[in-house]
Design a protein. Structure first.
Length: 223
């Protein structure tokens, strides 16, 4: 039996392309998203392009500077701190709930994978980030709260930009893997307090590292 797959609507396709380009840095902060030019470039009409731009603005990835001018939103240190404030609240709450409700065997398996990650080379780092995504998905499923999951999706959309701005420091990546392992182990043990605390420590260290990278990059740019 063949299952028909409905193609993406034009506005969804345009949004997906622009989102990927903003997250990857191909469209940097301040870049003007001219409706006519972008519609022509992506092969869609102006109406779906307008819908895609509205969605990016609603998610904080773009800014409507005037009725006719939309630009890619900036992302500075203050924005990153604010993002981590809401991330901390959501992820620590999720960790507590997932420890109560989740499949302990699943989290134990994830903890074992974090213990054996290979962070050498681009492929290893890509696999590591994919493993983090699987942990996030397992947490969302365990919590089973659509409101929390929706809020976290928005946060994670912005985090892709933040991670791109940070530098891949070998020591930080290794520490991050150990932090994620501890989170997964706490979830596997059903220890909500430890899971929340381990999440708090991980986010503190991640924010410190990201801001350090951002400061270094700005310093080099000034130099």
């Amino acid at each position: 039996m063949t299952i028909a797959v409905e193609p993406l609507r034009a506005s969804e396709r345009a949004y997906a392309v622009l989102l990927d380009e903003i997250q990857s840095g191909a469209l940097p902060a301040g870049h003007v998203l001219a409706e006519v030019e972008q519609a022509a470039r992506l092969g869609v009409s102006r109406t779906p392009m307008r819908e895609a731009l509205r969605r990016l603005v609603a998610e904080g990835l773009a800014v409507q500077q005037s009725p006719r001018v939309t630009v890619v939103a900036d992302l500075d240190a203050d924005d990153i701190r604010a993002l981590f404030e809401i991330r901390r609240a959501l992820e620590e709450t999720s960790a507590r709930l997932a420890a109560e409700r989740g499949d302990r065997r699943l989290f134990a398996d994830l903890a074992d994978e974090f213990a054996h990650v290979d962070l050498d080379g681009a492929d290893g780092r890509d696999a590591y980030y994919a493993l983090i995504a699987r942990l996030d998905s397992a947490l969302d499923s365990a919590v089973g709260n659509d409101y929390i999951a929706s809020a976290l999706r928005t946060v994670r959309t912005h985090l892709v930009r933040v991670r791109r701005m940070a530098r891949d420091k070998p020591d930080r990546l290794a520490a991050s893997a150990a932090e994620h392992r501890l989170i997964a182990e706490a979830l596997a043990a059903g220890d909500g307090d430890l899971a929340a605390h381990a999440t708090h420590v991980h986010l503190h260290n991640a924010l410190t590292s990201i801001l350090s990278s951002l400061t270094a990059a700005e310093s080099e740019g000034t130099t």
